[in-house]
Each structure stands twice: as structure tokens, then as C-alpha cells.
Design a protein around this ligand. Structure first.
Ligand code: AMP
Length: 194
């Protein structure tokens, strides 16, 4: 990639998680802030989402918060984000997050994180975009998911290997470098909603 300017982070909104994951999220935000890479995220102040944003802002970085109107109160919208964009639906949120970023990463999270991550992976599979996607496998969090994907390949539901669709890294320290070294998208800036 020529230059990574904005990283979209998908991650959990729960705060009832390992402190080490919250710390890693803060660190990713800090590393992005120090490198001048904007964080694009779901706009909440809670859980890992809040931790990423906090780390980035503390390091003088920019965060772009994109939150649907109906979740503003529930996810405690981060109104002091560098950009605070309120959209009308979950679909618009995912679309705008995808447009505003030039790479994506998934930290540990729940169902919402899975939905967002799999949507961006399937959009790439369908050649609707070609931006790098990283699964950040902190403490092996995504191992069960990777086993499921192997199972899908074994059963013939998915053509392997999947390296062309997403990459797995073990730490937040590897995220920016791996995304920046990924080949430039063959389909620049083309993200269409299904
Ligand atoms: P979670 O991983 O469930 O904690 O959610 C992380 C983020 O995904 C939050 O910003 C949620 O608003 C969002 N989210 C939750 N459920 C969904 C869903 N069904 N579709 C898309 N995003 C969701």
C-alpha cells in the first residue's frame, strides 16, 4: 500500500473482558496516533472500542466515530472524537466505516464484531473492494473461528487458502506494519453495499 492513512477497527463493546485486551486496544490506538493513522470505529466509549479511541486521542491522533442514531445512548457515543458522525442505520454505519478506511482489523469482540468483520471479508471475496483485513488473534481469541474456517474449507463450502482475503497477526504491534506492507488494492476505493 502506498500509505496507510485510516485504519478501521472492529472490536467489542463489552467492558467485562480481560484487562490485557483493553490494554492492547489502547496500545493500538496509541500506535496509530503516533504514526498519524486515523482510527475509524463504531463511535462508542465502551469496551475495547472506547479503549482504542482513548489511546489514539491521548497520543494526539485522530478518531472518526461513526454511530447510528439509535445506538448513541446505548453505546455512549464518543462526542469528543475528531469527527463524530451520526448515521441513520447499522447498514449506513458499516458502509461509511468501510469507505473511510484503507485497511481493517478485528480485535476480540462479540456478535457485532463478527458481523462487521465477516461482512468486510465477504465484500472482499465478492470483489467489491480489495483493502487489507487483519484478524488480531490476541491470546488465540480467534482460534475457534479459524478452526471453523478450516472446517468450511474441508467441507467444500469455502475455497482455500484464505490468505488472499484476510491475514492473521498475533499482536497489535504487528497491525500497522502488516497493513502498510499489504499490496495496494487492485480495486481502489470501490465498496458497494450488497
Ligand atoms: P459487539 O462485538 O457485539 O460488542 O459489538 C461491537 C460493535 O458492533 C458495536 O459497535 C455494535 O454496535 C456493533 N454491532 C452489534 N450488533 C451488530 C449487528 N447485528 N450488526 C452490525 N453491527 C453490530
Amino acid at each position: 500500500m502506498t500509505k496507510l492513512t485510516a485504519l478501521c477497527v472492529y472490536c467489542g463493546s463489552s467492558g467485562r473482558v480481560r484487562e490485557s485486551h483493553l490494554e492492547a486496544a489502547r496500545k493500538l490506538g496509541r500506535l496509530a496516533g503516533e504514526s498519524g493513522v486515523d482510527i475509524v470505529f463504531g463511535g462508542g466509549r465502551v469496551g475495547l472500542m472506547g479503549a482504542v479511541a482513548e489511546g489514539a486521542l491521548a497520543a494526539g491522533g485522530r478518531v472518526v466515530a461513526i454511530i447510528p442514531h439509535h445506538l448513541e445512548a446505548l453505546e455512549v457515543g464518543l462526542r469528543n472524537a475528531s469527527e463524530y458522525l451520526v448515521v441513520d442505520s447499522m447498514h449506513s454505519r458499516k458502509q461509511l466505516m468501510a469507505e473511510r478506511a484503507d485497511a481493517f482489523c478485528a480485535l476480540p469482540g462479540g456478535l457485532g464484531t463478527l458481523d462487521e468483520t465477516f461482512e468486510i471479508i465477504t465484500w472482499r471475496q465478492l470483489k467489491l473492494h480489495d483493502k487489507p483485513i487483519l484478524l488480531v488473534n490476541l491470546d488465540g481469541y480467534w482460534d475457534p473461528l479459524l478452526r471453523l474456517i478450516d472446517h468450511q474449507i474441508e467441507e467444500g463450502y469455502l475455497r482455500g487458502p484464505t490468505d488472499g482475503l484476510f491475514q492473521v497477526v498475533d499482536s497489535v504491534e504487528a497491525v500497522l506494519d502488516t497493513a502498510a506492507k499489504a499490496p495496494s488494492p487492485a480495486i481502489p476505493d470501490k465498496i458497494e453495499q450488497m
